[in-house]
Design a protein. Structure first.
Length: 468
């Protein structure tokens, strides 16, 4: 059967006699009476943006002369995704499934996200889009499309041990070989430290490990706890270069297995132990130093105070704690399901720096030092993205098309967000006071600290989220 050739979208008008009733688009009749065109809808939403839009049949829905890239609707199911979920999540599903794509410079498109971040389709817009889709793509444009198989749908109590394990499994237990391709020999999944753009990723990551050990003033024989140790790179460095006795904990089975192999290969098995455990399950303190690198983003803003209290209880008096993590800078905490939360970090949250410091102070830590590494993380993400592009065939074989598209968007989008100052990365160094001042110390003495013990308030609100 010959496929009908659709006329250019700018010539289309939706007439009442062509409308098809649908419970999802109650405002369609109003759109029909006004003769709304899809072209005008696109113009309103994309006016002033230098991005073209091309449909699956080659029709240009929007074609500014200065277009730097073209958003391609490869399949009518992209329309269906947006109609059924007219938010960022609908666009994310369309992207991950391959129904939505970009020809040209993806970074240029991501750089325009601030102009369209808050745009949502009103009922009238959805009516217009649904009527046009039904006419020119058939039921595929209206039927609820399959949700990509890699979308995370967490269940159970938020930030319970079981749910957090499932969230970690979603992101990390996909393929150690994939992470070797992505991260390179350092196997470090956190912000590197560059002295020069000419630095290799491996050199910059090794510099980061040394910087952390120096900030912790790590001495031979001291006990170091690495919370969220990944593939063991920091604890291996601390033991081999500084003579520390280190314990690394992770919730990822695949991380723990490879970390133990790397510990043995480095010849530091007598000084390093890798545990498959949650930091809340560690009971063998005190430790002289504690590091948490790229982990607290999984804790949850509402749990920051409990997190700080738990770290406090695991440190000896006078011990140092370094928290290395991403924070919001000029962006707000999302209230809806997002691409990151459903496809990258289930239940992940980025606090503002003030929220972390507030939680540390509630636990009676003394904050010693704060350093921003925003520019370093932009470069780190770009190096990871370059690795992904270079080894895309192998990555595809390891994780499949949906996850590969997820990682492409995630890494490049993160690089742009760091460059634009939407997010940042901080080293925060804090010290547990050498002398006990409060009932917190009395409760901790002689037994492991329990999360339900609470923290001293010192006259402040019980909420740790006092930032923006």
């Amino acid at each position: 059967m010959r496929q009908r050739q659709n006329p250019p979208i700018r010539d289309l008008r939706i007439h009442r006699r062509r409308a098809h009733p649908s419970p999802d688009v109650p405002a369609r009749a109003a759109a029909v009476r006004r003769g709304t065109t899809v072209a005008s809808l696109v113009d309103q939403r994309l006016a002033g943006l230098s991005v073209a839009v091309r449909l699956w049949d080659g029709t240009m829905a929007y074609a500014p002369r200065d277009a730097v890239a073209t958003v391609v609707v490869r399949d009518p199911r992209a329309i269906a995704h947006v109609l059924h979920e007219p938010t960022e999540l609908g666009l994310a599903r369309a992207w991950v499934s391959g129904a939505l794509d970009v020809d040209g410079d993806l970074e240029q498109v991501l750089g325009l996200r601030g102009h369209i971040r808050d745009v949502q389709l009103a009922a009238l817009d959805r009516a217009c889009l649904a009527a046009w889709g039904l006419r020119h793509a058939g039921p595929r444009a209206l039927m609820r499309p399959p949700i990509p198989s890699t979308e995370a749908r967490p269940s159970g109590a938020r930030h319970s041990l079981a749910r957090d394990r499932a969230a970690i499994h979603h992101h990390y237990d996909v393929s150690n070989r994939f992470y070797e391709v992505l991260l390179g020999p350092s196997m470090s999944y956190s912000c590197a430290h560059f002295e020069s753009p000419a630095d290799s990723l491996e050199v910059a990551q090794e510099r980061k490990f040394e910087l952390i050990c120096q900030k912790l003033r790590l001495q031979p024989g001291e006990r170091l706890l690495d919370v969220g140790c990944g593939w063991g790179s920091l604890v291996v460095h601390a033991a081999a270069r500084h003579g520390a006795r280190a314990v690394g904990v992770t919730l990822s089975t695949e991380q723990a297995e490879l970390a133990r192999e790397r510990v043995r290969a480095a010849g530091v098995s007598d000084r390093v132990e890798i545990r498959l455990a949650d930091y809340r399950e560690i009971t063998d303190g005190p430790y002289d130093k504690v590091a948490s690198v790229g982990m607290y983003e999984h804790v949850g803003i509402g749990q920051l105070e409990a997190y700080a209290c738990r770290i406090w209880s695991l440190l000896r008096p006078g011990g140092l704690f370094l928290n290395d993590g991403v924070a919001r800078l000029n962006s707000q905490t999302p209230v809806r399901a997002t691409f990151i939360r459903r496809y990258v970090f289930p239940d992940g949250e980025l606090p503002h720096l003030s929220e972390l410091i507030g939680a540390l102070e509630e636990a009676e830590f003394e904050v010693h030092d704060v350093e921003s590494l925003r520019e370093h993380y932009e470069q780190t993400c770009r190096r990871w993205y370059a690795n992904l592009v270079t080894h895309s065939d192998e990555a595809y074989a390891e994780i499949g098309p949906e996850r590969l598209r997820t990682w492409q968007l995630y890494l490049l989008g993160s690089a742009v967000a760091f460059a634009d100052g939407d997010i940042t990365n901080h080293h925060v160094v804090a010290r547990r006071p050498a002398e006990a001042k409060t009932e917190l110390a009395a409760r901790t003495t002689g037994r492991p600290r329990r999360l339900d013990d609470g923290c001293p308030r010192r006259g402040r609100s019980s909420s740790p989220a006092r930032g923006r």
